[in-house]
Design a protein around this ligand. Structure first.
Ligand code: NAG
Ligand code: NAG
Ligand code: NAG
Ligand code: NAG
Ligand code: NAG
Ligand code: NAG
Ligand code: NAG
Ligand code: NAG
Ligand code: NAG
Ligand code: NAG
Ligand code: NAG
Ligand code: NAG
Length: 836
């Protein structure tokens, strides 16, 4: 069996081949009609070409096609009907289709775009690029358009109301942009529309009640916007309506389904994660064609009778998680309902669920199809032993109170690849019946935050685990040497246990994350790590590693996070290059020596975010199943980043014995948010180049032997909300900028030579507000995973894990955003049994 990476490469390769094939196909089979192209249309295309740019892409195929569009293919004096992406009417020669989807194009289209001359166009597809700015209003002149797709770009502003003139439109796809404002009333004039996809934008206002004038509408997606108000009941009864997707909005009020006389066609209904409240009308039982129903986070605030779903005999996926109902749901009962014969996905997380271990579910015909069962945070106290449907793929039992051992029978479920047991009170694993283990598919096993003790069981080596999270337990002993699934292992998190011995020398070719922080590990960092070319996160903090600085890690092209904090690393820091490194924490070790002034010249990721254009948004490191996290000192507090924003940059060197001057090349690290060099033996001046660190929010230079003045340039750093210069030998005036005046007086302590009016002001007022706010994360676990799982389920054809994988690994991207986000939480310093 091939590894995930190989699988991914295969998928990418297939996409790529397909892509190339399509183009070769076009090249070979494009009808070589001569002089069909109309000169004015050719000129319009040539002008349009000047409205966009070609972007570099991290996506598997390279940009050669796009460059061709720009340079070769679309050239004056050639037949424009043969140009790539163009289709002409074979008789008249008019350009009727323009398909530039996913071609790495970008830029802002002119509001009076030369597109308007192409007025015979029936299809315009610019999806999957990086276009920004407003949607050109001249698109409204293309009155023959039936298909308009601008999805997956960065278009912003409102939908121009002239779109309402495109009376032949059947498909209008604006998904995944940054479009705002209300749904224009003019859109309701598009009576031929069958597909209207507006999801993942910033739309506000109500869903217009007379959306019913779109009488042919069959697919409506307004999910992940900020729609408010009540849902128009007419939406569900439109005769042609098949799919309504309105999850992740702020719709409120009661779910009113209106009067349903004849059964609507509606098959798919997503209403999760809104602000809907009140009882669920029994009218829902009239939606007998429903296959997918998502009512998660519907605040019932009372009892629910699950029998209202009993007429929905075609139901395959039911998500009624986090309903705040007072009813305790009996899992046995719900799975016994004869209506759920076809059910393959059931999400009950966040409700009170009882599991009484009766007869095995596998004995019941209606559980045979069950592939996904989510029971997170259901107050379950005993393992639902009866869950053994042979098709089970994903089982989430996290955040319960389950005690005892994890039953060995689980491992006989051949298709089970996602198992989440984290945050329970498990104490051990039953011995696995090794029978069957060899035929398992690779597995994501999450068992963090339990009460596991003893050695990590060796049968784990027989599971093909690709994500293994055993963090925050009491495992002791050695890390099993048998963990040798070198093709499979992507994320290994053994943080906060009592493991000892060295790290295995095994080669993990596809490893992305290795986190063994807070254990009692000793020895060197194994040099075999250089055979993990995809390694992004290496965290060995709070152990007893005794090694020199691992400069050899610079050969890892993807290394982004390196945490060596609180070990016995020692010696000088060699000058080296870390092109992708964005978070480095080497604090509390025994590093010494001075850093040459050009030390940071080759730390490219800290000096720029890069010009690579990334495919769709994925803001955090990791994937839909696993998010990397890290604990850092920020603004004087220990802070746990539960998810790491891809744009976050931090450099933590405190508590070593660095001497000499702070390298002036530090000023190159323009993207840095956090810089901490405190508690060393640095001398000389604070480099004025620090005035170039325009993203800096937290600066700690305390407890060194720095002399001279605080550079006035620091006054310009408008995000710098926390500074600490205490206990140095600084002299002269403290700069007077706003950020300085907001500091705590203690930030300047122990520098008798400092003076000036701003210092007087800072230290006069004992009621100086705390310079740092401490954001509290309310719910650490998002439902994102579930949402993605559902999408995977709905997509169906793609095996679930391949989907998660693709989302997580192929499609990298970032969106500039304030890095302080809900997934950050501050907390008091945790006492650790391995502090040095
Ligand atoms: C294309 O070439 C024709 C004549 O060769 C010229 O009239 C026309 O302006 C050119 N168009 C562009 C956009 O350069
Ligand atoms: C895009 O890639 C090409 C070739 O790899 C390179 O020469 C060019 O500088 C890159 N452009 C940008 C904007 O990064
Ligand atoms: C794209 O790929 C082709 C063939 O694989 C190669 O010849 C070409 O140089 C590549 N172009 C870029 C811009 O990387
Ligand atoms: C739309 O197409 C028809 C032919 O299909 C043509 O007669 C008509 O002029 C076109 N409309 C515009 C605005 O070009
Ligand atoms: C909708 O179309 C009607 C006629 O078909 C027209 O009178 C009205 O102005 C249009 N409304 C909008 C908002 O475009
Ligand atoms: C839809 O309703 C709004 C007011 O709610 C009205 O202004 C508009 O004309 C209506 N449009 C259609 C097509 O019925
Ligand atoms: C949700 O609804 C409740 C009452 O129905 C209201 O108080 C609250 O402000 C709403 N929240 C949002 C985010 O709309
Ligand atoms: C589990 O298996 C190991 C080795 O196969 C054996 O030593 C141990 O006694 C078994 N434990 C139980 C509870 O069966
Ligand atoms: C975890 O196990 C230890 C003994 O190994 C016990 O003292 C402790 O109470 C257990 N904690 C929980 C939450 O079960
Ligand atoms: C690290 O190892 C060296 C010998 O290799 C030893 O001399 C030194 O004491 C060790 N340091 C610590 C902190 O254990
Ligand atoms: C800050 O950066 C600019 C260029 O980005 C450079 O010209 C200037 O010398 C830098 N300033 C310092 C003090 O290093
Ligand atoms: C200033 O910092 C000290 C030590 O960090 C802290 O104890 C004190 O509360 C802070 N004072 C204010 C006003 O924030």
């Amino acid at each position: 069996m091939k590894g995930f990476w190989n699988l991914t490469s295969t998928i990418s390769l297939t996409l790529c081949t397909l892509f190339l094939f399509v183009y070769n196909y076009e090249d070979v089979y494009a009808v070589p009609t001569t002089h069909l192209c109309r000169p004015e249309q050719r000129d319009a295309l040539l002008q349009f070409k000047n409205e966009f740019e070609v972007r570099n892409s991290s996506f598997p195929y390279n940009s050669s096609f796009s460059y061709k569009v720009k340079s070769e293919s679309w050239a004056n004096n050639t037949e424009c009907c043969n140009w790539k992406g163009i289709t002409c009417d074979p008789k008249s020669g008019e350009v009727i289709e323009l398909d530039l989807s996913s071609r790495n194009l970008g830029g802002q289209l002119h509001s009076v775009s030369s597109l308007q001359t192409l007025n015979y166009l029936t299809t315009l597809d610019l999806s999957g690029n990086d276009f920004s700015g407003h949607i050109p209003s001249s698109i409204g002149d293309l009155s023959n358009l039936t298909f308009l797709d601008l999805s997956d770009n960065r278009f912003s502003g409102q939908i121009p109301s002239v779109i309402g003139n495109l009376s032949h439109l059947t498909h209008l796809v604006f998904q995944s942009n940054q479009i705002s404002g209300q749904i224009p009333i003019a859109l309701l004039n598009l009576t031929e529309l069958s597909t209207l996809l507006l999801g993942k934008n910033q739309f506000t206002g109500r869903i217009p009640h007379n959306i019913t004038s779109l009488s042919k509408l069959s697919s409506f997606d307004g999910s992940t916007n900020s729609f408010t108000g009540a849902l128009p009941s007419s939406l569900f009864t439109l005769p042609s309506m098949d799919t309504v997707h309105l999850s992740d909005n702020q719709l409120n009020g009661i779910l009113d389904l209106g009067n349903i006389s004849s059964p609507p066609k509606l098959r798919v209904l997503y209403l999760g994660n809104n602000n809907l409240t009140g009882p669920i009308s029994s009218t829902i039982s009239k939606l007998i064609n429903l296959g997918v129903l998502d009512l998660s986070h519907y605040k019932i605030q009372g009892p629910i009778d699950l029998r209202i779903f009993s007429h929905l005999k075609k139901l395959r996926h039911l998500d009624i998680s986090y309903m705040s109902t007072t009813t305790k749901i009996d899992l046995n009962d719900i799975l016994s309902l004869s209506c759920f014969k076809r059910l393959d996905g059931l999400v009950l997380s966040g409700n009170h669920v009882s599991v009484t271990n009766k007869s095995p579910i596998s004995d019941r015909p209606n559980s045979q199809l069950l592939t996904d069962l989510y029971l997170s945070g259901c107050g379950i106290t005993e393992f639902p032993e009866f869950i053994r449907p042979q098709n089970l793929q994903r089982l989430d039992l996290s955040n319960n109170k389950i005690k005892g051992k994890v039953p060995g029978s689980l491992w006989t479920l051949t298709y089970l690849y996602y198992l989440n047991l984290s945050n329970n009170s498990f104490t051990g694993f039953e011995n696995a019946t090794t029978h069957g283990l060899k035929f398992r598919i690779p597995m994501f096993l999450f068992a963090s935050d339990n009460n596991f003790t003893g050695n990590i069981p060796s049968f784990i080596c027989d599971l093909y685990v690709s994500m293994l999270d055993l963090s925050n337990n009491n495992f002791n002993g050695l890390i099993p040497r048998c963990i040798n699934f070198k093709d499979f292992l992507f994320h290994l998190n053994l943080r906060q246990n009592r493991l000892h011995g060295g790290l295995p020398e095994n080669i993990f070719e596809n490893l992305r994350t290795l986190d063994v922080g807070h254990n009692q590990l000793t020895g060197n960092l194994p040099r075999s790590l250089i055979h993990s070319p995809y390694l992004e996160v290496l965290n060995v903090e709070s152990n007893f590693f005794n090694d020199t600085f691992p400069f050899w890690l610079s050969s890892l092209p993807q290394l982004k996070v390196l945490v060596l904090r609180s070990n016995a690393f020692h010696g000088p820091m060699h000058t080296t290059s870390f092109p992708k490194l964005q978070i480095v924490d080497i604090s509390h070790n025994h590093f010494n020596g001075s850093l040459p002034s050009d030390y940071f010249v080759k730390w490219s990721a800290m000096s720029s975010l890069g010009s690579i254009y990334y495919q769709p948004d994925e803001k955090y490191m990791g994937n839909s199943y696993y998010h990397d996290s890290v604990v850092l000192m920020n603004k004087g507090l220990e802070m746990e980043l539960l998810r790491i924003l891809k744009i976050f940059r931090a450099l933590d060197f405190p508590g070593n014995k660095f001497e000499g001057e702070i390298p002036s090349s530090i000023g190159l690290l323009k993207e840095l948010h956090v810089l901490n060099l405190s508690n060393n033996a640095c001398t000389g001046l604070i480099p004025s180049s620090m005035g170039n660190l325009t993203a800096l929010e937290s600066l700690d230079l305390s407890q060194n032997q720095l002399s001279g003045e605080i550079p006035q340039e620091l006054e310009e750093l408008s995000f710098l909300s926390y500074m600490n210069f205490s206990h140095n030998q600084l002299v002269g005036l403290v700069p007077g900028g706003t950020q300085f005046r907001r500091q705590n007086c203690t930030s300047f302590d122990g520098n008798p030579g400092l003076s000036g009016p701003s210092l007087d002001e800072i230290c006069r007022d004992i009621h100086t507000p705390t310079p740092h706010e401490t954001p509290e994360s309310e719910d650490e676990e998002e439902e994102e995973e579930e949402v993605l799982s559902w999408i995977a389920v709905v997509i169906g054809v793609i095996p679930g894990f391949a989907f998660g994988w693709v989302i997580g690994y192929i499609l990298f991207s970032y969106k500039p955003e304030w890095f302080m986000n809900p997934f950050v939480r501050s907390k008091p310093r945790r006492s650790s049994n391995t502090t040095h």
